[in-house]
Design a protein around this ligand. Sequence first.
Ligand SMILES: C[S@@+](CC[C@H](N)C(=O)[O-])C[C@H]1O[C@@H](n2cnc3c(N)ncnc32)[C@H](O)[C@@H]1O
Length: 331
Amino acid sequence: MGEINQYPEHIPVLRDAFVEAIVTDPDGSYVDCTFGRGGHSRELLARLSEKGRLLAFDRDPEAVAEGERLARQDSRFAIAHADFAQLGEILDERGWSQVNGIGFDLGVSSPQVDNAERGFSFQKNGPLDMRMDVDSGKPLSQLLERISESELADIIYRFGDERYSRSIAKSMLQAKHDGKLNSTADLENVCFHAVPKKARHGGAHPATRTFQALRIWVNEEMDQIDAGLSAAMAHLKPGGHLAVISFHSGEDRRIRDLIESEVKPCKCPPQLPMCVCGKLPSMRWLQKKPVRPSESEVSANPRSRSSLMRVAQRLTAAESKKQAGYTGASL
Ligand SMILES: C[S@@+](CC[C@H](N)C(=O)[O-])C[C@H]1O[C@@H](n2cnc3c(N)ncnc32)[C@H](O)[C@@H]1O
C-alpha cells in the first residue's frame, strides 16, 4: 500500500467515476480486467479495506510485469496474464465465482501507444505489429498477407467507421504489392494519400480510423468483448456492479447490446399476450445513458475525450422476477 505510480503520464480515464461505480463494499472481492499500468487498480485498492481483494487481468506481458511488482507490495492484489476469453475459467479456478464488482477499461494503454516498437501509432515509426499480447497471435504484417481487398475494406469500415475504407484498402494492398508497406510510417502515408485532398487536413488525421480498425482486427477485440462481458456478468454476485469504459461508438453499441440482452432477455414475439420463453433478466442498468468525462477531465487528459462508461448491476433472484413482471401464473 502507499505505492507510487511509476507512470504518471498515464492518467486513468474516468478514474473516480469508474471506481465509485464498481466498489460497493470495501471488504469485497473485485476484478480489474484491464490492468494497463494499474491506474484504476491502484485507486480501487485505495478504496478497499485490509480484507478487500483485487484480481487484475491483462494480455500484455509488460502490463503483467508491472502488475507483478504491485502484487509484491500489496498482498490484497494479484494479476493474471490472460485475455477476456479466459476470464471465466480463471475466476472459477480461483474460487472467484461470485465477486462484488468487475471493471473493464477497453482499448490500448498510453505506454502501448507510446512505444513505437509495438506498432500502434502513426506518429512514431515502427513495425506493422499492433498485438497487445506479443507472445501470441499474428502481427498486422502477417495478417495482411492473406486478406482480400473487400475483406480489408469491410474491416476498416466496420471497426473504424471510415468512409474512405474502399480506397484505403485498395491503396494498402497496392503498396504492399509494390513493397512499400513495411512500417507504421508507410501505412500513415498510404492512408493520407488514399483519401480525397479535402479530407486530408482540418479534422482527425486520415490514418486515425484505419489504425483503430486494424488494431481491433489484429486483437479480435469484438469477440474478446463478447467473451469478457458474458463471463463478467455470470461471475457477479447479486447486487454486484459492472462498469465498462470504451472509446468508440461501435464498441459501445456492442457493450450496450450485450448488457441489454441480460436486462431484457425475453425474445417472445410482441404479439404474444405473455412471455412463454421464461427467460428472466439478470442485470439492470444503473445509468440509463453512458457516463462521459467532464470538460475539466477532457482538458486535463485529452485521451478521455471519446470515453463512455456503461454501468449495470446484477439482480437478486427476487429483483429478477420483479423486473420481468413475473407473477408465478403467467409463465
Ligand atoms: C486502456 S488500457 C487500461 C489502463 C488502465 N485502466 C490503467 O489505468 O492503467 C487497456 C489495457 O487492457 C488490456 N487489454 C485490452 N484488451 C484486452 C483483452 N481482451 N484481454 C486482456 N487484456 C486486454 C491492454 O493490454 C491494456 O493494457
